[in-house]
Design a protein around this ligand. Structure first.
Ligand code: TZP
Ligand code: MG
Length: 222
């Protein structure tokens, strides 16, 4: 729908709630136990993305992750479960496009939680911006086996395009790993999100530490 972005003003000054947070390495994990591993390493932004629990087990997991994150002053975004995120005072909520019609975004904002939204194309970016999130996640940058989706990967050129048109906190996601991290950071994104590069690593803490160090010395910090 928005193939000509010159007609759309995607500048952050038009979105005053945008707080320009620098998210850094942004692991996406499915259990609170990952926070026990990653927080001592110094990871300061994490998303808890649980797709296989319900009821009490789900709430226990979310509550426990929020408590751990608080202890380390980590920005924890809860995927999907915005009501539990509000109830247990999470830092933020992360939503997909399919959530935008059903979730009470005003309730999230009124409770003081931040919001992150996933996008994959112009239409979704425009739709996400209407909600003035704290960041926009763009993906997949590379092919990913972690989530089935119809989108052709943006590649580094596509990511650079989004960086150019979006003067707004931008998180890259999809197929990013240790080897690809520096080229992704070179694009100048505000956060680099990943699942399997950390959760399937032989030594997740060591990989996370190494990737944080790489981000710190890349253009990303300039
Ligand atoms: N959204 C876009 S790509 C993706 C999600 C949830 C999966 C990212 O997983 P990985 O293992 O880092 O490719
Ligand atoms: Mg969702």
């Amino acid at each position: 729908i928005l193939s000509d972005t010159s007609s759309v003003n995607l500048q952050s000054e038009n979105f005053p709630c945008c707080n320009q947070i620098r998210l850094g390495l942004y692991p996406v994990v499915d259990r609170a136990v990952w926070l026990k591993k990653l927080l001592p390493v110094g990871v300061s932004t994490i998303q808890l993305r649980i797709k296989d629990l319900r009821g009490e087990a789900l709430e226990r997991e979310i509550k426990s992750a929020i408590e751990l994150a608080e202890k380390y002053d980590c920005r924890l975004f809860i995927n999907d479960y915005w009501e539990l995120a509000i109830k247990h005072h999470a830092y933020g909520v992360h939503l997909g496009q399919e959530d935008l019609d059903s979730v009470d975004i005003d309730a999230i904002r009124n409770a003081g939680l931040r919001l992150g939204i996933s996008t994959h194309c112009h239409y979704e970016v425009a739709r996400a911006m209407q909600h003035k999130p704290s960041y926009i996640a763009c993906g997949p940058v590379y092919h990913t086996n972690t989530k089935q989706m119809p989108w052709v990967p943006h590649g580094l050129d596509g990511l650079a395009y989004w960086r150019k048109v979006l003067d707004y906190p931008l998180v890259a996601i999809g197929g990013i790993n240790r080897e690809r991290l520096e080229s992704v950071a070179e694009v100048g994104v505000d956060g680099v999100a990943m699942i399997t590069a950390i959760t399937e690593a032989a030594e997740p803490e060591a990989v996370a530490r190494e990737m944080m160090a790489l981000l710190n010395k890349s253009r990303y910090e300039k």
